[in-house]
Design a binder for this molecule. Structure first.
Ligand code: GAL
Ligand code: ZN
Length: 665
């Protein structure tokens, strides 16, 4: 099977989405000259080219793309060739309205933007297969081709009749017979029992709350239906160019697709990383978010991955879109490489003068080649060239796994739960942030994945936990591992059915609890004092311990005196339970304490706050996310690959400065 190394060929990939069809050919020559000047070695072509390639049904206009690929190839610039199937031309929707998605209300989602396709539509799939086949035939052995890029940021869900039929087929395969479905969905509740398969529909807009397991299965189905589209196109391109790896650029921390299942189908796992819409560049959460996206993508890929898109400076989807302050672009790019990316790519090469993203930054901004923005891009290209030796190297030292499961996420997004303030993604990010700020390197893992390489496993929020996963966690602890569970872990099974007693018996035994009497979610903004001097928020639980040791108790409120944090020894291991969410500082201290007891320490001891350290291959990356200079003591003499300078004992990093250190020869 082809791999990322077949695309990188010993260089960190550097480039971006290239949309030459938006420009006259005279501009293309300048593009190639400037790409070479900046050290660009790969560009993604064709993402949104369907209407240009197939201006009317069955027509083909490949001439321009021939010239683009030939020109890039002659200049030594590799091509990541996209199938254009994310944005069908208007003629497809106009002639075949059944290819257009419908929302929960049954309303059509029209063309005129992008991503307007129904994954279940055989007509869409047939047209997508035809254009993909022709592209693969024509360019499958082009010398510039390095990587196939299928579609773009899959994620469109649909509630139409075609989807309903497809959903039923998926459900038949899952449950076999209707009785099993009725049992799994708990349709005795509210008179929802199904008497025939044809009665089943996607969870459309209803009078009141829809069946939660129906909704959960629909999330699973939608992810699988889109994955079928990916696999179909992947197989077409792979048949024409078996030696070229295939990817699709996923959205980071995106609820719509089960990233573990998707990663298993790809040669290369790639991601688009724009900071969380709630987070501005200047927000201290920015680098933590980048680290989480990188760690998740690396864990999906089980090794090197690719940062397919980021912004060179400002985006255009926030209320106020500030440019990246000087240093941030370099810093966040190096962070991706430190955490396993074999490249740094952008949306997009040249800023568009028209269309919805004309105010989105680009490698080559509106201000042109003489701009500060382009100078920063050139400097980044030079930095990345100095790090070519790290291509393919693994990230080292991850002895902690953060458990993450899309089914748990989907279950937690349902209405009708104890607290709508509980936000899966924020909990996952909060726990990861706690580890990140202590420089405790971690991976993410599905709860059923092999946990053998980890000493500590943390479960920020897995309210839904299937039987296999449970058994797995019990084995992990008995075998000597440390497990730290967040509140409400394991309340429901894989169908989101509350377990007898409200907590899986295996987990109750593991955690040393006898009863969880009640959940006491907290109002927005409220905090509770614990008797260890820390404060907690969001949630609390009235638990009774059997033989666990209470490490902290509630010091106020209705639960004053009851256990808040517990620990139990089981077999050769330890299981912690947090009945609440400690505030960030306290959570970081608690996880660091559990890690230390598990024999896991930070990348370097004594790092100043705000300095990120990661080991990749022979290199130690140091990233100063603060705006003040800091001095870092070094364990042994090191040389900075970025500057060539030797640092015998210590290193001073400028504000937003970075170093990539290897042992001095
Ligand atoms: C990505 C997308 C690109 C572009 C970019 C803007 O989600 O793949 O096509 O829209 O966002 O930030
Ligand atoms: Zn549909």
């Amino acid at each position: 099977m082809p791999a990322l190394s077949d695309a990188t060929r010993g260089r960190l990939l550097f480039g971006g989405d290239y949309n030459p069809e938006q420009w006259p050919e005279s501009v293309w020559r300048q593009d190639i000259r400037l790409m070479r000047e900046a050290g660009v070695n790969v560009v993604t072509v064709g993402v949104f080219s369907w209407a240009t390639l197939e201006p009317r049904p069955g027509a083909r206009d490949f001439g321009w793309l021939d010239r683009v690929l030939d020109g890039l190839g002659e200049a030594g610039i590799g091509v990541c060739l996209a199938t254009p199937t994310a944005s069908p031309p208007p003629w497809l929707g106009a002639r075949h309205p059944e290819t257009l998605p419908r929302d929960e209300h049954g309303s059509v989602v029209w063309y005129g933007s992008r991503n307007q396709f129904c994954a279940s539509s055989p007509v869409y799939r047939a047209h997508a297969a035809r254009i993909t086949t022709d592209l693969a035939r024509r360019y499958g052995d082009h010398e510039a081709l390095r990587l196939w890029h299928i579609n773009n940021e899959y994620g469109t869900a649909c509630w139409c009749d075609e989807t309903a039929a497809h959903f039923r087929r998926w459900l038949r395969a899952r449950y076999g017979d209707l009785d099993a479905l009725n049992t799994a969905w708990g349709t005795a509740f509210w008179s929802q029992r199904y008497d025939a398969w044809d009665e089943i529909i996607p969870p459309r807009r209803a009078q009141y709350l829809v069946n939660p397991t129906q909704a959960l299965d629909f999330r699973r189905f939608t992810s699988d239906a889109l994955l079928e589209c990916f696999v179909a196109e992947r197989d077409i391109v792979a048949a024409h160019s078996p030696e070229i790896p295939v990817t699709t650029n996923q959205m980071p921390l995106f609820a719509g697709l089960d990233g573990w299942r998707w990663a298993a189908e790809q040669d290369v796992v790639s991601v688009d990383c724009y900071p969380d819409p709630a987070v501005d560049w200047r927000d201290p959460e920015g680098p933590a978010h980048g680290a989480l996206v990188a760690d998740l993508t690396r864990s999906q890929a089980r090794g090197p991955w690719l940062l397919m898109e980021q912004a060179a400076s400002a985006v255009n989807f926030r209320a106020v879109n500030a440019p990246k302050p000087p240093g941030v672009l370099r810093q966040w790019s190096l962070q991706a490489v430190a955490r396993g990316s074999d490249g740094v790519c952008f949306f997009q090469w040249r800023a568009s003068r028209q269309g919805s993203e004309k105010y989105h930054s680009a490698m080559l901004p509106h201000a042109g080649p003489a701009s500060r923005g382009f100078a920063r891009v050139r400097e980044l290209g030079a930095d990345l060239a100095r790090l070519a030796g790290l291509v393919g190297e693994p990230v080292r030292g991850a002895r902690i796994a953060v458990l993450h499961d899309w089914s748990a996420w989907w279950a937690s997004q349902q209405p009708g739960r104890p607290s709508s303030l509980v936000d899966y993604r924020r909990l996952l990010a909060g726990w990861h942030h706690a580890l990140w700020r202590r420089n405790l390197t971690c991976d993410l893992a599905h709860p059923e994945a092999d946990l053998g390489g980890y000493r500590m496993v943390v479960a920020p929020h897995l309210p839904l936990l299937g039987d296999t996963a449970l058994a797995h966690l019990v084995d992990f602890v008995h075998g000597g591992g440390t497990l730290v569970c967040g509140f409400a872990t394991g309340v429901t099974d894989a169908d989101d059915r509350v377990r007898p007693g409200g907590l899986a018996p295996e987990l109750r035994a593991l955690l040393g609890l006898s009863t969880v009497h009640e959940w006491w979610p907290l109002p927005a903004g409220a905090t509770l004092a614990l008797d260890d001097g820390t404060r907690a928020e969001l949630w609390s639980e009235d638990v009774e311990v059997a033989d666990a040791e209470p490490l902290a108790r509630y010091a106020e409120g209705e639960l004053a005196g009851r256990p808040a944090v517990t620990r139990s020894r089981r077999g050769a291991g330890t299981a912690w339970y947090l009945t609440t969410l400690p505030q960030p500082e306290a959570l970081a201290a608690l996880l660091a304490r559990a890690a230390e007891a598990a024999g896991v320490g930070p990348v370097l001891p004594g790092l100043p706050e705000g300095v990120e350290a990661v080991r990749r291959g022979p290199a130690l990356f140091l990233l100063n996310h603060t705006t003040e200079p800091v001095t870092v003591p070094l364990p042994s003499p090191r040389t900075d690959l970025l500057t060539g300078r030797a640092h015998p004992r210590e290193l001073t990093l400028a504000g937003r400065g970075a170093a990539v250190l290897t042992p001095t020869e």
